[in-house]
Design a protein around this ligand. Sequence first.
Ligand SMILES: C[S@@+](CC[C@H](N)C(=O)[O-])C[C@H]1O[C@@H](n2cnc3c(N)ncnc32)[C@H](O)[C@@H]1O
Length: 261
Amino acid sequence: MSNAFKSKARGTMRRGRGKLSLDPEEMAAIWLQQEERGKGLIGGDPQRKPRWRHPHPAEPAPWYRHGLSSPEHQQRLAAFLTAAPLEVEIGAGDGRFITAWARQHPERHFFALETRWKYARRMFERAQKHGVENLWVSDNDARVVIPEVIPNASVEVFHILMPDPWWKPKHQAKRLIAPWFLAVLARKLKPGGVLRVETDVEGYPEFVQTLVAAESAFLPHNPALASHFADAPPTSRQIWCRERGIPIQQMFFQKQTGEEE
Ligand SMILES: C[S@@+](CC[C@H](N)C(=O)[O-])C[C@H]1O[C@@H](n2cnc3c(N)ncnc32)[C@H](O)[C@@H]1O
């Protein structure tokens, strides 16, 4: 079967194949580049996101743009993030999953980050259409926003569904699942909170599990946690995979209950 399929919905979705480097020195160097020079930020430096090119809904609409939202709006987001049990989706695409999940759980609050403005906007419109009031959207790189706006030990679930593996060495700086970012996610999760990762990319589960195993705050993948998400709606990519019989691997990593920070 070909490696690339034409999606019935829109565009082309691919199933990549490649080698994911696990060299800790290389990964540490990439993180430094990102910290010091913003290299590898998807969508670019949030402070420079051009309003005129990618307009976002006027405040107080629940859309956050890092460095450009007003102080009052930042306070609104901060209050929202702590007012109810919190779940965060990273790389939410068009928001098919998170808007439906938020409707299923009106007693919870949700924050979804998607760097591609077109998809973030689609997610926002979807939420508006269905009157979803417990979801905020951001079109910034989650690796910039999460460390800065989410309080430590506050998140019940991080959803990372069908992330891009970024196989090529020159794209490594874009990878979400990296040691430094796993440490951030561990810090932001409540004790007992869950990092949920799903993928259709062969070899990626081994890569993820190896990196998570190196972060002592996390317990190993626990398949029993799948029951918490048995009625979770699929993402657009997951629908695409299901239509083609492509298997999806699920991983659930719980934060140790003894770890506060
Ligand atoms: C393969 S798509 C999957 C989208 C959606 N989860 C789905 O399953 O249909 C991965 C998405 O993650 C987004 N993404 C990648 N890195 C990101 C980051 N650092 N912060 C926010 N979004 C990111 C990409 O723009 C892309 O839309």
